[in-house]
Structures are given as structure tokens and as C-alpha cells.
Design a protein around this ligand. Structure first.
Ligand code: NA7
Length: 560
């Protein structure tokens, strides 16, 4: 007998692979102690037998792959950890407000050890194909190394930002190799496990998204000479990280219930809730004072805790953007460099905001140079460095911080075939079509944790992943109790949800800007057009909708 649940290849975050019905602490006192929020979560191994397949050689997902210097949370650590186990919350101490990658990976390993998860995970298994076998009512998954697995349910936990992309530049090669450069070359999302030294080296970084900003800031501390190649500047805001001492940690621990309850109520499950006022209704002086206060607060306070309309209304956004512009100018000695670093084609917060710890000051260093690729594009990567339209550069190392084929890329890299051999890639050729971002018509028994059209993509991820996992776990229990063996979204339900996803995004300013959030990746064929791929109605509304669907006996699904 095949196992009933086959979680998919998991190269998303560690929570992607471990949230799924595995961990349990079975301690009733935890539930009492941590009350509603934590008590809601499941304390048991999955409802039926399952095996997990993981592309990496260890747990951690995002925190396994993204080992680049400076990689860390942008969410407060104590809002990002798993909430399902009081015991885990009691045992784990966060040491920084925004924990760094090595500690995050240690956390993922701690969780895997504590709940004995490794015995259910097959590592080094990158899925290549997944096909629905109608006669057997099962999925068959084929992995790159030839392994095969069959299961009644296929649960994908493959991550929204887990398919790295190399730039389409002559000589850059692809992820498998072929780079013309003879020195050290790394992609931030595939960073080596061995230590990398920057001391005395001439280093190039291509890309200034969240990964580039973190990398640049960290390596500038030790690098010989750094050249940053920027195509589109991003608006960044200060992270304001700090240590968490024992006293602060025990306070956090006492407040976990309130913390998770607050996260449940906010748009993206962050600790920061939007201010109920509209920016332009507030007198200018008071508005500036509010911006100043938020700018000095840690994390996404400035982005997510701002006036309710700054991400919706251009005039309101302009006031916020002007405030940040002045801040950036004040941090840079050379205003010509400031001109290059300040975005002019989009307002603050309309792309994913990288949080930084001294990023702008890096450009005040005499050994750091910024090259604006809008003025002088890269023509090709060479054996000794790269050539732009006006100069040749020699380097010891090139770092590609060029991002991911976001949200659907991890699906596209697997040949997924549903009913009658229909390819998912073809079905989604003009953008994803899903029901609740969790299921797809024509692909029975495949459930997509943090899939496209799911609220989880724009979320403090573990919070939304836990919601996805609980919902899927309840669904599987519901089916098992009733002897049901197949679930599939109906076409009308899928159509309605897809339309609703598009409607939910229409009012956001960010839909007017190219970014991974709007499905644009100039390095991937077919990803030049904006296609909104996440649910933008906010996590609370999404959760309510999922609960309502379940309460109505999984309305919109055909269950047989
Ligand atoms: P991002 O945010 O997609 O950033 C990728 C960067 O690489 C961005 O600045 C791109 O410029 C740049 N890029 C990509 N291709 C090229 C080429 N061909 N030439 C020059 N520059 C290029 O990825 P990250 O890894 O930083 O972050 C992804 C998310 O992961 C992040 O938001 C967090 O949520 C976690 P462009 O903007 O396309 O002009």
C-alpha cells in the first residue's frame, strides 16, 4: 500500500516541509498555558501515513539554501517560529530580534530533532515529474535520481521563492554551469556550505533586491573592493535589529498567546497592523512625526504599520515616499549616488521592501562603487569579470543576487500532469487558476501549500503556512472519516476564486509595478507580463473564506 499522503519536494522554507501534520507534543498543559492561539494547532502526527521528499540534503528549506552573508529574518523572530507546540515555544530561545540564517537553520534542525521528523523525510530528492494515475487514484512522482513514489495525495510544499534564476546575460551560463567567468561565482539562493572569504578580494554583486541588499551590507565590512550593479533601485527601510537577552526572552514567552493572536488579525500576519487613519486626513506635521516614529521602529513597522491608505492611494503614498527620499539623501555623502539609489519608477512599499542595517552607508565607503545599469547595461560576463556598455571590469568574485522565478517557478520546474495527461504549465500559461490557492481543477488530490493565489505568499510565512496545514489536515480527516478518496476543485469554484484574487489585487498600487510580486521576471521566458499571483485580500479574510468553505462541507470541491 502506498502512503496516503506524499508531501512534495520541499525546497521552500523549513516550515514548508515540516508544518504538515507531523509535529506533536501531546501535552495538554501546553494547550491550557498558551490558550486559544497555540491550542488551536494540531499536536499529532499526520492523520494518515506520509513520506516527505526534500530536494536538500538537510532540513531548513529557505534557510538551508540561502546561506549568503547577511541573510536573516525581516519578521520579528518571535513571530516567525512555529506556534503549534507550547513545549517548543518554551524550549527555544531567540537571541536576536531578527534572527540570522545560521541560527534559523539551527532552529529548523532543532524542530526536526525534537519531533523526530527526519525518519519521515527522504533527502536529496528533487522531483522531476508528477503524474495523476486515474486508474489507481494515485499520484506518481519521479525524482531526478530515478527514485519513484506513489501516493493517494500529493501535497506540494515547494516554496514561492525557491527556483533561483540566473540573469539572461551572455556568458552568465545557467544554474547548471557554463559561466564564462573563471573566478568565484555564486548565486545567493544557492550559496555554498563552505565559508567564503571576501577579504582583499574584488567582488561584484549583480542585483539589489532583498538578498542583494543583505549581502552587500554584510560583505562591505570585509571586502577589498565592491562593485554593485544595480538595474532597478529598491526602497529600503532600517531593520533595527538587536539582541534578545534572557529577561526579554521570558517576556516574549509569557506573551506568545497575545503575539500570535495579534498576528492572526493583521493583513500579512506580521506583528505590525496598519494605522486606521488615512495619510492625507492627518495634518502634515503630525503625519511627518508619525513617519519619523515608524522609521525608528524595528522591522516592517514603516511598511506594514503605516497609514491604511499609503499602499492604495498614490497621493498618500507620495507623502511616505518623499519622507523616505529625504532619509536616504541624509545618509549619503554623494548626492549623485543618492540619485541612483532612490527609485523613481515606483513609490515606497510597492515592491517588497528590503530591510537594511547600514545599506546606504556602504556607498559612502571609498572601496564601494555603484554602477547604474540603466545608464550602462551589462553586455556580457567575461573570463575575468564583466563588460558593460562603457567599461570592462575585473573581479575575483561575482555574486548573482538575481532572485527567483517566483510563486509558480517551483511548479514549472516539475512536469506536473493531471487528469488526461494535462500539463499544469499549460493550464497556467496565462497565469495560475486555482481554488483557494490550495487546489486545481483537473489535478485531483494535489494540495498546494503556499501555492499561487494563496494568502501565504504575502504573509509572515510560518503563520500562514500553519493555517494552510491545519486546513489541509482537517480536510484529509474529513475525507478519511467518510471514506472519501478524491477531492477536486470544481471549474466554477476555481473560476470564481481566480476572479476574486484578481479583484482583491486591483486596488493595490503594487499591481502597477514590475516585481516578483506581480509575476515579472525578465530572465524567464513568458514572465514579462504582470500577472497577480497571490491573494491580496489579507490573511484574516483568506482564513475566514477557507473556514467557511470547510464549514459548508468543502463547498466548491467535488468529493468522491
Ligand atoms: P529579487 O527581489 O527578485 O531581486 C533580484 C535583483 O536582481 C533585482 O534587483 C533585479 O533587478 C536584479 N536582476 C535580475 N536580473 C538581472 C539582470 N539580468 N541584470 C541586472 N540585474 C538583474 O530577488 P531577491 O533574491 O533579492 O529577493 C527575493 C525575495 O526573497 C525577497 O523579496 C524576500 O521576500 C525573499 P530588476 O528589479 O529586475 O531590475
Amino acid at each position: 500500500m502506498p502512503p496516503d499522503i506524499l508531501p512534495g519536494e520541499s525546497d521552500g522554507a523549513c516550515h514548508d516541509q515540516h508544518g504538515g501534520g507531523g509535529p506533536h507534543d501531546g501535552d495538554g498543559s501546553d494547550r491550557r498555558r498558551y490558550g486559544g492561539t497555540v491550542g488551536r494547532h494540531r499536536h499529532r502526527r499526520g492523520p494518515v501515513g506520509h513520506v516527505s521528499y526534500e530536494a536538500g540534503d538537510g532540513v531548513g528549506g529557505t534557510w538551508y539554501w540561502n546561506r549568503y552573508p547577511g541573510a536573516r529574518f525581516d519578521s520579528e523572530s518571535w513571530t516567525y517560529g512555529f506556534s503549534f507546540s507550547g513545549e517548543l515555544l518554551r524550549e527555544w530561545d531567540w537571541i536576536e530580534q531578527f534572527s540570522g540564517q545560521p541560527e534559523n537553520l539551527r532552529y529548523c534542525n532543532f524542530v526536526a530533532d525534537k519531533f523526530d521528523l527526519r525518519r519521515d523525510i527522504s533527502f536529496g530528492a528533487r522531483a522531476k515529474q508528477a503524474a495523476w494515475d486515474e486508474a489507481a487514484n494515485e499520484w506518481e512522482v519521479v525524482f531526478e535520481d530515478g527514485r519513484r513514489a506513489r501516493a493517494r495525495f500529493l501535497i506540494t510544499a515547494i516554496g514561492p521563492l525557491s527556483a533561483p534564476t540566473m540573469p539572461v546575460i551572455e556568458g552568465a551560463g545557467d544554474l547548471k554551469g557554463g559561466c564564462a567567468f573563471k573566478g568565484e561565482a555564486y548565486h545567493t539562493g544557492l550559496w555554498p556550505h563552505e565559508p567564503v572569504s571576501f577579504a582583499g578580494k574584488r567582488v561584484a554583486v549583480i542585483g539589489t533586491g532583498a538578498s542583494g541588499v543583505q549581502t552587500i551590507t554584510e560583505i562591505a565590512k570585509t571586502v577589498g573592493h565592491l562593485t554593485v550593479f544595480q538595474r532597478t533601485p529598491n526602497w529600503c527601510a532600517p531593520l533595527r535589529n538587536s539582541r534578545i537577552d534572557a529577561q526579554a526572552m521570558s517576556k516574549i514567552r509569557e506573551n506568545y498567546d497575545e503575539i500570535f493572536a495579534r498576528c492572526r488579525e493583521t493583513y500579512g500576519c506580521f506583528i505590525h497592523a496598519a494605522d486606521p487613519r488615512n495619510a492625507l486626513e492627518v495634518p502634515a506635521e503630525e503625519r511627518e512625526a508619525f513617519y519619523e516614529k515608524l522609521y525608528n521602529e524595528p522591522g516592517f513597522a514603516f511598511w506594514q504599520g503605516n497609514f491604511r491608505d499609503v499602499l492604495l492611494d498614490k497621493a498618500a503614498n507620495d507623502t511616505m515616499t518623499a519622507f523616505v527620499t529625504a532619509k536616504i539623501r541624509g545618509r549619503l555623502r554623494d548626492q549623485k549616488v543618492a540619485d541612483k539609489l532612490i527609485p523613481t519608477n515606483h513609490g515606497f512599499g510597492t515592491r517588497r521592501v528590503p530591510l537594511e542595517s547600514g545599506y546606504y552607508e556602504v556607498y559612502n565607503q571609498p572601496n564601494v562603487r555603484l554602477v547604474d545599469l540603466r545608464e550602462t547595461p551589462i553586455e556580457r560576463i567575461t573570463a575575468s569579470g564583466l563588460k558593460t556598455s562603457d567599461a570592462e571590469y575585473d573581479f575575483d568574485m561575482i555574486i548573482f543576487a538575481t532572485g527567483f522565478d517566483a510563486i509558480t517557478g517551483s511548479f514549472d520546474r516539475i512536469d506536473i500532469r493531471g487528469r488526461d495527461g494535462r500539463r499544469l504549465r499549460d493550464k497556467w500559461a496565462d497565469g495560475p487558476h486555482t481554488y483557494l490557492g490550495l487546489q486545481i481543477e483537473g489535478f485531483p488530490n494535489m494540495l498546494t501549500l503556499v501555492g499561487p493565489h494563496n494568502a501565504a505568499t504575502f504573509c509572515n510565512l510560518p503563520r500562514c503556512i500553519e493555517q494552510n496545514v491545519e486546513w489541509v489536515t482537517d480536510l484529509l480527516e474529513h475525507m478519511r472519516e467518510r471514506g472519501l478518496t478524491q477531492i477536486e476543485a470544481t471549474a466554477p469554484a476555481e473560476e470564481a476564486w481566480t476572479a476574486h484574487v484578481h479583484d482583491s489585487a486591483a486596488r493595490l498600487l503594487l499591481t502597477q509595478v514590475d516585481s516578483w510580486m506581480t509575476g515579472v521576471n525578465k530572465n524567464v521566458a513568458g514572465r514579462q507580463k504582470r500577472t497577480f499571483m497571490a491573494y491580496a485580500g489579507g490573511a484574516p479574510k483568506y482564513r475566514d473564506k477557507c473556514d467557511e468553505v470547510a464549514a459548508r462541507g468543502y463547498e466548491g470541491f467535488a468529493l468522491t
